[in-house]
Design a protein around this ligand. Structure first.
Ligand SMILES: [Zn+2]
Length: 73
């Protein structure tokens, strides 16, 4: 799976990302995949369904996402 490409839906944009490694979310403990975006940024996403539907950033589904985010300025 590593090195494969994966479609990730971000808002109205779908990015073709490269799978880097799998991990567990430090917040909620769910299995996640780390991908590299076309811009070279690392991002955690939910594992994709097998039907090819684009997956989404784990930030948007994590019940504990506030742990990732720094306090608002
Ligand atoms: Zn999480």
């Amino acid at each position: 799976m590593f090195g494969e490409t994966l479609l990730v839906q971000i808002g109205k944009t779908t990015l073709l990302c490269t799978v880097d490694n799998d991990s567990l979310c430090r917040g909620c403990g769910a299995p996640i995949l780390w991908v590299l975006t076309p811009a070279g940024r690392k991002m955690p996403v939910d594992p994709p369904d097998e039907d090819g539907t684009p997956t989404v950033s784990h930030f948007s589904t994590c019940p504990d996402a506030s742990r990732f985010r720094k306090a608002k300025a």
